[in-house]
Design a protein around this ligand. Structure first.
Ligand SMILES: Nc1ncnc2c1ncn2[C@@H]1O[C@H](COP(=O)(O)OP(=O)(O)OP(=O)(O)O)[C@@H](O)[C@H]1O
Length: 301
Protein backbone atom coordinates (compact mmCIF):
# COMPACT_ATOMS: atom_id res chain seq x y z
CA UNK A 1 0.00 0.00 0.00
CA UNK A 2 1.23 3.48 -0.83
CA UNK A 3 1.69 5.82 2.13
CA UNK A 4 -0.14 8.69 0.44
CA UNK A 5 -2.52 8.20 -2.48
CA UNK A 6 -4.09 11.07 -4.36
CA UNK A 7 -6.52 10.16 -7.12
CA UNK A 8 -8.25 12.58 -9.51
CA UNK A 9 -8.04 15.51 -7.09
CA UNK A 10 -9.89 18.64 -8.18
CA UNK A 11 -10.24 21.89 -6.26
CA UNK A 12 -11.52 25.29 -7.28
CA UNK A 13 -11.76 28.59 -5.41
CA UNK A 14 -14.84 30.40 -6.78
CA UNK A 15 -14.09 30.64 -10.50
CA UNK A 16 -10.38 29.79 -10.14
CA UNK A 17 -9.50 26.14 -10.69
CA UNK A 18 -6.42 25.55 -8.49
CA UNK A 19 -5.99 21.78 -8.89
CA UNK A 20 -7.13 19.75 -11.92
CA UNK A 21 -7.29 16.00 -11.83
CA UNK A 22 -4.10 15.53 -9.80
CA UNK A 23 -3.00 11.95 -9.09
CA UNK A 24 0.14 10.55 -7.50
CA UNK A 25 1.22 7.98 -4.92
CA UNK A 26 3.97 8.32 -2.34
CA UNK A 27 5.68 5.08 -1.37
CA UNK A 28 7.07 4.13 2.03
CA UNK A 29 10.41 5.74 2.84
CA UNK A 30 10.44 8.13 -0.11
CA UNK A 31 11.17 11.81 -0.22
CA UNK A 32 8.51 12.72 -2.75
CA UNK A 33 8.66 16.22 -4.22
CA UNK A 34 5.89 18.40 -5.58
CA UNK A 35 7.72 20.85 -7.81
CA UNK A 36 6.17 23.79 -9.59
CA UNK A 37 6.08 27.59 -9.86
CA UNK A 38 4.13 29.88 -7.54
CA UNK A 39 0.41 29.39 -7.93
CA UNK A 40 0.77 25.92 -9.51
CA UNK A 41 -1.54 24.36 -6.93
CA UNK A 42 1.07 22.70 -4.71
CA UNK A 43 -0.15 24.06 -1.38
CA UNK A 44 -3.78 23.38 -2.23
CA UNK A 45 -2.85 19.77 -3.05
CA UNK A 46 -1.01 19.15 0.21
CA UNK A 47 -3.72 20.94 2.19
CA UNK A 48 -6.14 18.33 0.84
CA UNK A 49 -3.67 15.62 1.96
CA UNK A 50 -3.56 17.23 5.41
CA UNK A 51 -7.35 17.36 5.64
CA UNK A 52 -7.33 21.17 5.81
CA UNK A 53 -9.28 21.50 2.58
CA UNK A 54 -12.15 19.55 1.15
CA UNK A 55 -11.58 18.39 -2.44
CA UNK A 56 -14.36 19.14 -4.92
CA UNK A 57 -13.66 15.77 -6.54
CA UNK A 58 -11.22 12.93 -6.16
CA UNK A 59 -9.91 10.90 -3.26
CA UNK A 60 -7.02 11.23 -0.84
CA UNK A 61 -5.76 8.54 1.47
CA UNK A 62 -2.91 8.71 4.01
CA UNK A 63 -1.96 5.27 5.38
CA UNK A 64 -5.48 4.19 4.48
CA UNK A 65 -7.09 7.11 6.35
CA UNK A 66 -9.46 9.67 4.85
CA UNK A 67 -7.98 13.04 5.94
CA UNK A 68 -11.42 14.71 6.19
CA UNK A 69 -13.08 11.91 8.17
CA UNK A 70 -10.30 10.37 10.26
CA UNK A 71 -8.81 13.62 11.56
CA UNK A 72 -7.74 12.34 14.97
CA UNK A 73 -6.02 9.23 13.63
CA UNK A 74 -4.44 11.33 10.87
CA UNK A 75 -2.88 13.69 13.40
CA UNK A 76 -1.01 10.77 14.98
CA UNK A 77 0.64 9.68 11.72
CA UNK A 78 1.02 12.89 9.71
CA UNK A 79 3.40 15.71 10.69
CA UNK A 80 2.70 19.07 9.14
CA UNK A 81 5.13 21.93 8.77
CA UNK A 82 3.01 24.88 7.82
CA UNK A 83 4.20 27.41 5.28
CA UNK A 84 5.66 30.39 7.19
CA UNK A 85 4.42 29.04 10.50
CA UNK A 86 4.64 31.73 13.13
CA UNK A 87 4.79 31.23 16.87
CA UNK A 88 4.29 33.77 19.67
CA UNK A 89 7.40 35.96 20.00
CA UNK A 90 8.07 35.12 23.64
CA UNK A 91 7.64 31.35 23.61
CA UNK A 92 10.96 29.54 24.06
CA UNK A 93 12.11 26.68 21.86
CA UNK A 94 11.63 24.14 24.66
CA UNK A 95 8.20 25.52 25.59
CA UNK A 96 6.99 25.31 22.00
CA UNK A 97 8.14 21.70 21.71
CA UNK A 98 6.54 20.67 25.02
CA UNK A 99 3.30 22.42 24.10
CA UNK A 100 3.12 20.64 20.75
CA UNK A 101 4.17 17.33 22.37
CA UNK A 102 1.12 17.58 24.65
CA UNK A 103 -1.17 17.29 21.59
CA UNK A 104 -0.01 13.74 20.86
CA UNK A 105 -0.56 10.34 22.45
CA UNK A 106 3.01 9.18 21.85
CA UNK A 107 5.22 12.17 21.15
CA UNK A 108 8.90 12.02 20.28
CA UNK A 109 11.44 12.92 22.95
CA UNK A 110 11.82 16.74 22.69
CA UNK A 111 15.44 16.58 23.90
CA UNK A 112 16.40 14.13 21.21
CA UNK A 113 14.69 16.22 18.52
CA UNK A 114 16.52 19.34 19.70
CA UNK A 115 19.76 17.42 19.43
CA UNK A 116 19.02 16.08 15.93
CA UNK A 117 18.00 19.54 14.75
CA UNK A 118 20.96 21.30 16.34
CA UNK A 119 18.78 23.41 18.65
CA UNK A 120 19.91 22.17 22.07
CA UNK A 121 21.80 25.35 22.85
CA UNK A 122 18.76 27.42 21.85
CA UNK A 123 16.26 25.57 24.06
CA UNK A 124 15.68 28.61 26.34
CA UNK A 125 15.79 31.22 23.56
CA UNK A 126 12.63 33.15 22.68
CA UNK A 127 11.19 32.47 19.24
CA UNK A 128 11.73 36.05 18.05
CA UNK A 129 15.43 35.88 18.93
CA UNK A 130 16.05 32.92 16.62
CA UNK A 131 17.60 33.41 13.17
CA UNK A 132 15.50 32.53 10.11
CA UNK A 133 17.29 29.21 9.81
CA UNK A 134 16.74 28.39 13.48
CA UNK A 135 13.03 29.28 13.23
CA UNK A 136 12.80 27.00 10.23
CA UNK A 137 14.49 24.17 12.16
CA UNK A 138 12.07 24.66 15.02
CA UNK A 139 9.11 24.43 12.63
CA UNK A 140 10.54 21.14 11.34
CA UNK A 141 10.95 19.94 14.94
CA UNK A 142 7.30 20.80 15.59
CA UNK A 143 6.28 18.83 12.50
CA UNK A 144 8.16 15.83 13.88
CA UNK A 145 7.22 16.04 17.58
CA UNK A 146 4.24 13.72 17.13
CA UNK A 147 6.54 10.94 15.85
CA UNK A 148 4.79 10.95 12.47
CA UNK A 149 5.22 8.26 9.81
CA UNK A 150 4.79 10.93 7.11
CA UNK A 151 5.86 14.58 7.21
CA UNK A 152 4.64 17.30 4.86
CA UNK A 153 7.18 20.09 4.42
CA UNK A 154 5.93 23.09 2.45
CA UNK A 155 8.48 25.55 0.98
CA UNK A 156 10.69 24.98 3.98
CA UNK A 157 13.77 26.79 2.71
CA UNK A 158 12.07 29.82 1.18
CA UNK A 159 13.72 32.97 2.50
CA UNK A 160 16.79 31.18 3.85
CA UNK A 161 20.31 32.14 2.76
CA UNK A 162 22.28 29.50 0.80
CA UNK A 163 24.20 28.23 3.86
CA UNK A 164 21.05 27.85 5.99
CA UNK A 165 19.34 26.21 3.03
CA UNK A 166 22.09 23.61 2.70
CA UNK A 167 21.96 22.95 6.45
CA UNK A 168 18.22 22.43 6.22
CA UNK A 169 18.69 19.97 3.36
CA UNK A 170 21.13 17.95 5.47
CA UNK A 171 18.58 17.96 8.23
CA UNK A 172 15.83 16.64 5.98
CA UNK A 173 18.16 13.83 4.96
CA UNK A 174 18.74 13.02 8.64
CA UNK A 175 14.99 13.00 9.31
CA UNK A 176 14.51 10.77 6.29
CA UNK A 177 17.20 8.40 7.62
CA UNK A 178 15.04 7.97 10.73
CA UNK A 179 12.46 6.29 8.50
CA UNK A 180 10.03 9.17 7.99
CA UNK A 181 8.37 9.35 4.57
CA UNK A 182 8.47 12.94 3.34
CA UNK A 183 6.19 14.90 1.04
CA UNK A 184 8.17 17.98 0.10
CA UNK A 185 6.65 21.02 -1.61
CA UNK A 186 9.14 23.24 -3.41
CA UNK A 187 9.58 25.68 -6.26
CA UNK A 188 13.36 25.23 -6.12
CA UNK A 189 14.87 22.98 -8.74
CA UNK A 190 18.11 22.43 -6.81
CA UNK A 191 16.17 21.43 -3.71
CA UNK A 192 14.08 18.89 -5.60
CA UNK A 193 17.12 17.49 -7.39
CA UNK A 194 19.16 17.17 -4.20
CA UNK A 195 16.52 15.68 -1.92
CA UNK A 196 13.81 13.90 -3.83
CA UNK A 197 13.62 10.23 -4.80
CA UNK A 198 10.73 11.09 -7.11
CA UNK A 199 9.13 14.34 -8.20
CA UNK A 200 5.69 15.30 -9.44
CA UNK A 201 6.09 18.30 -11.74
CA UNK A 202 2.97 20.43 -11.41
CA UNK A 203 1.95 23.51 -13.36
CA UNK A 204 -1.36 25.35 -13.61
CA UNK A 205 -3.01 22.75 -11.39
CA UNK A 206 -1.95 19.72 -13.46
CA UNK A 207 0.64 17.01 -12.90
CA UNK A 208 2.80 16.99 -16.02
CA UNK A 209 5.13 14.14 -15.04
CA UNK A 210 6.06 11.93 -12.09
CA UNK A 211 9.51 10.37 -12.13
CA UNK A 212 12.94 10.28 -10.51
CA UNK A 213 15.06 13.40 -11.16
CA UNK A 214 17.23 11.36 -13.54
CA UNK A 215 14.16 9.89 -15.23
CA UNK A 216 12.66 13.35 -15.81
CA UNK A 217 15.90 14.53 -17.41
CA UNK A 218 16.36 11.40 -19.53
CA UNK A 219 12.79 11.60 -20.79
CA UNK A 220 13.30 15.02 -22.31
CA UNK A 221 16.89 14.97 -23.41
CA UNK A 222 19.71 12.48 -23.31
CA UNK A 223 21.99 14.75 -25.33
CA UNK A 224 25.43 15.75 -24.15
CA UNK A 225 27.64 18.49 -25.53
CA UNK A 226 31.42 18.03 -25.37
CA UNK A 227 33.75 20.99 -25.96
CA UNK A 228 37.53 20.92 -26.10
CA UNK A 229 40.64 22.44 -27.69
CA UNK A 230 42.67 19.69 -29.37
CA UNK A 231 46.45 19.76 -28.89
CA UNK A 232 46.93 18.83 -32.59
CA UNK A 233 44.73 19.26 -35.68
CA UNK A 234 41.69 17.01 -35.88
CA UNK A 235 39.20 16.43 -38.66
CA UNK A 236 35.44 16.31 -38.11
CA UNK A 237 35.46 12.96 -39.90
CA UNK A 238 37.39 11.38 -37.00
CA UNK A 239 34.26 11.68 -34.84
CA UNK A 240 31.46 11.79 -37.37
CA UNK A 241 31.62 8.03 -37.87
CA UNK A 242 31.06 7.20 -34.20
CA UNK A 243 27.49 5.92 -33.66
CA UNK A 244 27.16 7.91 -30.41
CA UNK A 245 27.91 11.22 -32.17
CA UNK A 246 25.17 13.38 -33.64
CA UNK A 247 26.99 16.56 -34.73
CA UNK A 248 30.56 17.85 -34.91
CA UNK A 249 31.29 21.57 -35.18
CA UNK A 250 34.40 23.66 -35.18
CA UNK A 251 34.30 27.17 -33.73
CA UNK A 252 37.71 28.87 -33.81
CA UNK A 253 40.13 26.48 -32.17
CA UNK A 254 37.36 24.67 -30.35
CA UNK A 255 35.63 21.45 -31.32
CA UNK A 256 32.04 20.88 -30.17
CA UNK A 257 30.65 17.36 -30.38
CA UNK A 258 27.06 16.51 -29.47
CA UNK A 259 25.73 13.02 -28.97
CA UNK A 260 24.16 10.59 -26.56
CA UNK A 261 24.92 7.46 -24.55
CA UNK A 262 28.62 6.90 -24.03
CA UNK A 263 29.66 9.71 -26.39
CA UNK A 264 32.31 11.10 -24.02
CA UNK A 265 34.10 7.79 -23.86
CA UNK A 266 33.88 7.32 -27.65
CA UNK A 267 35.35 10.78 -28.36
CA UNK A 268 38.16 10.57 -25.82
CA UNK A 269 39.09 7.09 -27.10
CA UNK A 270 39.53 8.48 -30.64
CA UNK A 271 41.63 11.35 -29.29
CA UNK A 272 43.81 8.98 -27.24
CA UNK A 273 44.36 6.72 -30.25
CA UNK A 274 45.60 9.77 -32.18
CA UNK A 275 47.70 10.97 -29.24
CA UNK A 276 45.73 14.20 -29.06
CA UNK A 277 45.09 15.87 -25.73
CA UNK A 278 41.70 17.53 -25.16
CA UNK A 279 42.43 20.87 -23.51
CA UNK A 280 39.68 22.80 -21.63
CA UNK A 281 37.42 19.75 -21.89
CA UNK A 282 33.85 20.45 -20.79
CA UNK A 283 30.75 18.29 -20.91
CA UNK A 284 27.29 19.85 -20.62
CA UNK A 285 24.32 17.61 -19.96
CA UNK A 286 20.63 18.32 -19.78
CA UNK A 287 19.52 18.91 -16.22
CA UNK A 288 16.25 19.24 -14.35
CA UNK A 289 15.95 22.86 -15.55
CA UNK A 290 15.90 21.60 -19.15
CA UNK A 291 13.39 18.91 -18.20
CA UNK A 292 11.12 21.50 -16.56
CA UNK A 293 11.39 23.78 -19.57
CA UNK A 294 10.51 20.96 -21.94
CA UNK A 295 7.51 19.92 -19.81
CA UNK A 296 6.02 23.34 -19.11
CA UNK A 297 7.35 25.44 -21.98
CA UNK A 298 9.03 27.89 -19.61
CA UNK A 299 11.82 28.10 -17.06
CA UNK A 300 11.12 27.84 -13.35
CA UNK A 301 11.97 31.29 -12.02
N1 LIG B 1 -7.97 30.62 -0.46
C1 LIG B 1 -7.89 30.90 -1.75
N2 LIG B 1 -8.85 31.60 -2.38
C2 LIG B 1 -8.78 31.87 -3.70
N3 LIG B 1 -7.76 31.47 -4.51
C3 LIG B 1 -6.76 30.79 -3.95
C4 LIG B 1 -6.77 30.46 -2.55
N4 LIG B 1 -5.63 29.76 -2.28
C5 LIG B 1 -4.97 29.65 -3.44
N5 LIG B 1 -5.64 30.26 -4.44
C6 LIG B 1 -5.23 30.31 -5.87
O1 LIG B 1 -5.15 28.97 -6.34
C7 LIG B 1 -4.00 28.78 -7.14
C8 LIG B 1 -3.10 27.71 -6.55
O2 LIG B 1 -2.58 28.18 -5.31
P1 LIG B 1 -1.61 27.32 -4.38
O3 LIG B 1 -1.32 28.13 -3.17
O4 LIG B 1 -2.17 25.97 -4.19
O5 LIG B 1 -0.33 27.22 -5.30
P2 LIG B 1 1.17 26.94 -4.92
O6 LIG B 1 1.70 26.14 -6.03
O7 LIG B 1 1.25 26.36 -3.57
O8 LIG B 1 1.81 28.37 -4.94
P3 LIG B 1 2.65 29.11 -3.81
O9 LIG B 1 4.00 28.49 -3.87
O10 LIG B 1 2.62 30.53 -4.28
O11 LIG B 1 1.91 28.89 -2.52
C9 LIG B 1 -3.34 30.15 -7.24
O12 LIG B 1 -3.76 30.75 -8.43
C10 LIG B 1 -3.86 30.89 -6.03
O13 LIG B 1 -3.91 32.27 -6.29
Amino acid sequence: MSIVEVQGLHKRYRDKVAVRDVSFAVERGEIFGILGPNGAGKTTTVECVEGLREPDRGTVSVLGLDPRADTRALREVLGVQLQESKLPDRITVAEALHLYASFYAEPADPRELLEVLGLTEKRDTHYRKLSGGQQQRLSIALALIGNPRVAVLDELTTGLDPAARRETWELIERVHDRGVTILLVTHLMAEAERLCDRIAVIDAGRVLAVDTPAGLVAAVNDEQRIRFRPSAPVTEAMFAELPEVRTVERTGGQIVVTGSGNVLHAVTAVLARNQIIAGELRVDQADLDDAFLALTGRALA
